[in-house]
Design a protein around this ligand. Sequence first.
Ligand code: NAD
Length: 305
Amino acid sequence: MVDIRFDGRVAIVTGAGTGLGRSHALGLAKRGAKVVVNDLGVGRDGSGSSSEAAQAVVAEIEAMGGEALAHGCDVADEDGVIDMVTQAIAVWGRVDIVVNNAGILRDKTFAKMDMADFRKVVDVHLIGSANVAHACWPIMREQKYGRIVFTSSASGLYGNFGQSNYGAAKASMMGLMNVLHLEGARDNIRVNTLAPTAATRMTEELLPAEAAELLAPETITPGLLYLVSEDAPSRTILGAGAGSFALTKVYETPGITLMDDENTPETVAAKFAEIAAAEGQEELTDAFSQTKKYALNAAKARGLK
Ligand code: NAD
C-alpha cells in the first residue's frame, strides 16, 4: 500500500470548525497539508456567527506541528470567499485541495416550507460550494493540479421526508461534479462527491447513542483523504459512515425505440416495464452520450446508417 501524504499541498476545508469538516481538516494536516480552516461559526440552521470554532481547530493543528489559518467567511458570499482564497495564495502561494463541507439544515415539509428557507439552504450548499470551486478554478488550471470534493447526502441521492430544500441542494452536488469533472480533466483537476453519514450536531437527535458511537466523523475522513489524494479517482460519489464505504452510481436502462406511428403515451405506458428493464443498463459518461444513443437507436430502427 502506498502512503497517502499531502506534504507541500494547500487545502481549503469549509465548515471546518466542527463535525466532519474539523475531522477532515485535522486528517489533512496530520498528513502534511497546510489547511485553511473556514467556518462562519453558525448554528445548525445557519443563524449567528462566531470565529471560535475555526480558531480552536487552527490551534489543534498548530499544536501538532502543522500549519493552518482560520477564515470566517460565509461560503455563500462570493467576495468573502475570494478574500479567503487570496489570503491562502498570499501565505502559501497555491491551493491544491478544496473540501466543500459547510452546511446547514432548515427542515420542514414542502407544504410548510417558506421559500426563504429553501433559498438559504441552496445558497449555502450549492452557491457556497460553487463560489469556493470557482475562486480556486483558475489557480488549479494554472497549476495543472486540483482536487475538489463536494459534500452530498443520502437525502439528496435518495430523498428524505421534510428536506426538499436540503435534498435538492445536496443532489445538485452531483450535477456540479459531473460538469467540473469534464471541464477539469485536461488540467489534472479531479472532482468527486462525498455522501457521509455521521454523528454530529446535525444528526444529534436522530441517532440512538449506540449508533452515534459507531458513526464518528473520523470514520469518514479516510475516504475523503483518498478522494483528494494524488491518485484520486474522478466523478465518483463515495458513501461513507461507520467504516462502510460504497459508491452511488447512475445507470440508464437500454430502453426501447418507438417509430413515429406508434409513439403515443399509450405505447409508452404499455411498454413501461420494457423501458425500465435493468438488464444491459450502462453508466453514461456525458450528456451527449445519451443524445448519440437515442439518435443511433432511431436511425437503426429506420434501417439508416
Ligand atoms: P455541523 O453542523 O457539525 O458542521 C457544519 C459546519 O459548517 C459548522 O461548523 C458551521 O458553522 C459551518 N457553516 C455553516 N454554514 C456556513 C457558511 N455559510 N459558511 C461557512 N461555514 C458554514 O455538520 P456536519 O454534520 O459536520 O456536516 C458537514 C457536511 O456534511 C454538511 O454539508 C452536511 O450537510 C453534510 N452531511 C452530513 C451528514 C451527517 O450525517 N452529519 C450527512 C450527510 C451530509
